[in-house]
Design a binder for this molecule. Structure first.
Ligand code: FA5
Length: 362
């Protein structure tokens, strides 16, 4: 068997090296490596080999397969090279001619989520914020307990969770339901005072509609200092919104409940898709929940290793996907991650100046 494998490798590599064109090469590939190819056929004889020799034989068969595969790749490259050389030598071939329509390279467009994220990062970097990145698969502690949400707390039901299978005895893992997972991480990582943002993808096991996705994006903001105020928080959020929208947008602030802030607020924006008249995005209310925020709860500071009598903080959790919808008047959140290129193409630099409502078919 070992001799047969040696012979097979020699025969295959010589035949491949002599293959005259791509068609011949493909035939050899099938002949030697295909499902019913020579290597597989030879291995059928494995059952007659003593059990002790089988692992060595298997390893040798893999070597032969790899050697033939690599010979084919080398020959394919050489044939392609020859083909291009022949083309270039052809006096009728003009490499400077423009490419005809179906083959022309089309300029790409940045996804609106990418554009707005980059813009937000610029705005906050200019205000001295750190830019941090945290895992999407998270511990239960960083997503819940560290944020003052113990297992029995009803707030856990506010965010339906995708749990990750975890071996018994290990801390439970999940797909983070919000970017607030970075709060305790940052407090433990960076010496205060500091300010930071952490944008990212989050996941929730919930029903999808025009304004709810199971996978969406948020940007968390966190500032820790000796003395921080709600006024400072509101200033940062207003700066963000005026930079992104480049015009005044109508907002409203109302009390909001989150176990990890006290007091907590909800900042809503007037729906930019319908101008506040009511549509499926704002559930006919004229308002879209965008930017919950508040002063960091003392228990969260403690989990972060900070003494609440010395340090204070504020935090916000921007609904980035919804901000993008408002910014570009996108009437259904499902377009964002739907992968339809007709949608993304509308955001090419030339198309970005339009103010029409964006749909996947336009
Ligand atoms: C949170 O996720 C909190 N972590 C926010 C926070 C951070 C509060 C810091 C206080 C301090 P909420 O579940 O409301 O809160 O989500 C925040 C924002 O994400 C919402 O205002 C909304 O804009 C967006 N959002 C929530 N669920 C979805 C969804 N299914 N699809 C798209 N966007 C969503």
């Amino acid at each position: 068997m070992f001799d047969k494998l040696d012979q097979l490798q020699d025969a295959a590599t010589s035949a491949v090296a002599a293959a005259a064109d791509e068609g011949g090469l493909r035939e050899l590939e099938v002949h030697y490596l295909g499902k019913k190819g020579a290597v597989t056929e030879l291995l059928k004889g494995m059952k007659d080999v003593p059990v002790a020799d089988r692992p060595r034989l298997g390893a040798r068969a893999n070597e032969v397969r790899n050697a033939v595969e690599s010979a084919i790749a080398t020959r394919r490259g050489a044939l392609e090279h020859e083909r291009i050389r022949r083309l270039c030598d052809d006096p009728d071939f003009d490499a400077s001619l423009p490419v005809s329509a179906p083959f022309a390279t089309r300029p790409g467009a940045l996804h609106p989520l990418t554009r707005v994220t980059a813009h937000i990062e610029d705005v906050f970097r200019a205000m001295g914020f750190l830019l941090l990145d945290y895992p999407e698969v998270e511990s239960e502690f960083h997503n819940f307990d560290g944020l003052n949400i113990p297992p029995t707390h009803p707030a856990r039901d506010m965010q339906d969770t995708f749990w990750v299978e975890t071996p018994p005895g290990q801390e439970r893992q999940l797909l983070r339901t919000h970017t607030s997972t970075g709060q305790v991480r940052t407090m433990r990582l960076v010496t205060p005072p500091f300010r930071a943002i952490f944008p990212g993808r989050v996941f929730r096991y919930e029903e999808v509609d025009a304004s709810h996705e199971h996978t969406f994006h948020q940007v968390e903001g966190l500032m820790i200092d000796r003395k921080v105020s709600v006024a400072n928080l509101i200033y940062s959020m207003k700066t963000l919104l005026s930079e992104i929208f480049e015009r005044d947008v109508v907002i409203r602030l109302r009390p909001g409940y989150f176990p990890f802030v006290e007091p907590g607020f909800e900042l809503d924006i007037q729906c930019q898709v319908c101008g506040g008249r009511g549509c499926s995005v704002c559930k006919h209310s004229g308002w879209v929940e965008l930017l919950p925020c508040g002063l960091v709860h003392p228990n969260v500071l403690r989990h972060g290793g900070l003494d609440p009598s010395q340090w204070q903080g504020w935090a916000f959790g921007l609904g980035l996907s919804r901000l993008v919808m408002m910014r570009y008047q996108i009437e259904d959140i499902r377009h964002l991650l739907g992968g339809d290129l007709r949608f993304i193409k509308q955001f090419s630099p030339a198309a970005a100046t339009t103010t029409t409502t964006h749909t996947s078919g336009a």
